[in-house]
Ligand binder design. Structure first.
Ligand code: LLP
Length: 463
């Protein structure tokens, strides 16, 4: 390997105030299977391969930046969730994490249902031929047009998010001569993120109807009187990137408590509860996510225990994982451009994308890993910040990362675990074109969402 085309940046941990990379990893060429898609490895030349394709070949064929998605891994993760929950429960993939028609077909084939939260997601699902009965429609401000389309299409459930929406959906369904199956989304007073959960003040948010003060009970009372609705259950979603099951425990306890109150007041045992999504994935080696079978076991046990204590029939459980299915299955492939060492600080490595293809670092201070993937290197570790090409200093892709000191323009680097909330939150900032999503498997590569073109941009600009 050629050494140090660029001077190494500082390698001392003392310039880092936060982040996982307090010290360089022992082997910069190693690929931690926790953060990379399952078929990823290096070939004899040190080039990263996925689904039987080299990243150098993929870059040549499809250009960079590009999201590279491991189809076998996606299907395996979807199947693992399905199998873990068995036939007495339902798994709704949360389409907001990443949705395309190919993904809808894979989900369909693997026996998963789908959660959509806008007319656009619903249109994608329907156009890919998803059985509407297997679609759940979410959103805190569904328009009349969206509700009408969902009811007409025959979606399996609408998740009601406000008192106004209860009346609106019931009215639209009745006008269409239908009785719409629905759940009511409640806020249980728990908000969970990563390793922690808090149990105060999180009812102060736009989603759901608070359990507190009897509001959720009142919503149920109203829904049960409306002919246009068939109330089938209660929904709760407590947060994102959760590793600790105790937040779900409190949520299940409170949802089951409401089911018990409903039974006592109305003599009705609602048949379903949905505990939402939010299960965490590994973005860096420091994260330790749980396997679907552990999550399924924990959630089923919690609900069963709570129902037995309340003498309720155990309802059918559903969950809505998005990130946990698609997140780990893709990485973003970038070409290195400018490499700028800043004396006694770090080296800034610019890539040909940035905050337009991954807003999560700027928006949530999210942590990512990164690796040189077009070759291996035995150069020293160099402390870097991987940044994009946008006109904004917050345009950071990976805040603190070690890359080999001989990194040079033209090298390919990849950021793993970008399958969720990267393409789906991508923008055209600076009129940068959104990258394609390329699905790979068995030595084949196929574009499932094509790269945006300047023509696409200009078509929207009507002059
Ligand atoms: N169900 C409901 C009702 C939700 O609101 C969400 C996510 C999910 C399921 C799926 O959650 P997941 O399993 O994917 O964590 N843009 C943020 C995440 C926002 C999640 C919003 N709701 C991010 O990039 O981290």
């Amino acid at each position: 390997m050629s050494r140090s085309a660029h001077p190494a940046g500082p390698r001392h941990a003392d310039v880092l105030t936060e982040g996982h990379y307090s010290a360089p990893p022992a082997d910069l060429n190693a690929l931690d299977p926790k953060v990379w898609a399952r078929t990823v490895s290096r070939d004899e030349d040190g080039v990263l391969t996925v689904g039987g394709r080299t990243v150098t070949g993929l870059a040549e064929e499809f250009g960079t930046p590009a999201y590279i998605l491991d189809e076998a891994d996606f299907r395996a993760r979807a199947r693992a969730w399905r199998t873990a929950f068995g036939t007495d429960a339902d798994v709704f993939y949360a389409g907001k994490a990443f949705l395309s028609r190919a993904v809808v077909r894979w989900l369909d084939e693997e026996g998963l249902n789908l959660d959509v939260c806008s007319g656009g997601e619903l249109a994608t699902a329907l156009s890919a031929g998803m059985d509407p009965e297997r679609i759940a429609f979410h959103g805190n401000n569904k328009s009349v047009e969206e509700i009408t389309r969902a009811v007409e299409a025959g979606v399996g459930r609408i998740v009601l998010d406000s008192f106004q929406e209860i009346v609106r959906v019931a009215h639209i369904a009745q006008e269409l001569g239908k009785r719409q199956k629905a759940q009511i989304r409640i806020t249980v007073g728990v908000e969970a993120h990563t390793h922690e959960f808090i149990a105060t003040a999180h009812e102060d948010q736009k989603f759901g109807i608070p359990l507190a003060g009897g509001q959720a009970a009142e919503a149920v009372r109203r829904a049960l009187t409306l002919d246009g609705l068939e109330l089938i259950g209660i929904h709760s979603h407590i947060g994102s990137q959760i590793f600790d099951m105790s937040g779900f425990e409190v949520a299940a306890h409170r949802v089951v408590g409401l089911l018990k109150d409903i039974r006592d007041e109305h003599g009705v045992e609602l048949p379903e509860i949905d505990l939402g999504g939010g299960l965490g994935i590994a973005y860096t080696s420091a994260d330790d996510p749980r396997e679907p079978h552990e999550i399924a076991k924990a959630l089923t046990e919690i609900v069963t225990r709570e129902c037995e204590a309340a003498r309720l029939r155990v309802p059918r459980i559903s969950v809505e994982p998005g990130r946990a299915i698609v997140g780990p299955t893709a990485f973003t492939l970038y070409e290195v451009g400018t490499v700028k060492p800043l004396e006694s600080l770090r080296t800034y490595v610019s890539v040909d994308g940035g905050m337009s293809d991954n807003i999560r670092t700027a928006l949530y201070d999210a942590e990512y890993s990164v690796a040189l993937v077009s070759r291996t290197s035995d150069a020293e570790p160099m402390l870097t910040r991987v940044v994009g090409k946008h006109c904004e200093s917050g345009d950071i892709v990976v805040k603190d990362a070690f890359l080999p000191a001989d990194l040079a323009p033209g090298d390919l680097i990849a950021v793993p675990a970008t399958g969720a909330y990267c393409r789906s939150m991508a923008s055209n900032y600076n009129h940068v074109l959104r990258p394609p999503v390329v699905a790979v498997g068995d030595g084949e590569a196929r574009v499932i969402v094509r790269r945006e073109t300047e023509e696409d941009l200009l078509r929207l600009d009507v002059g």
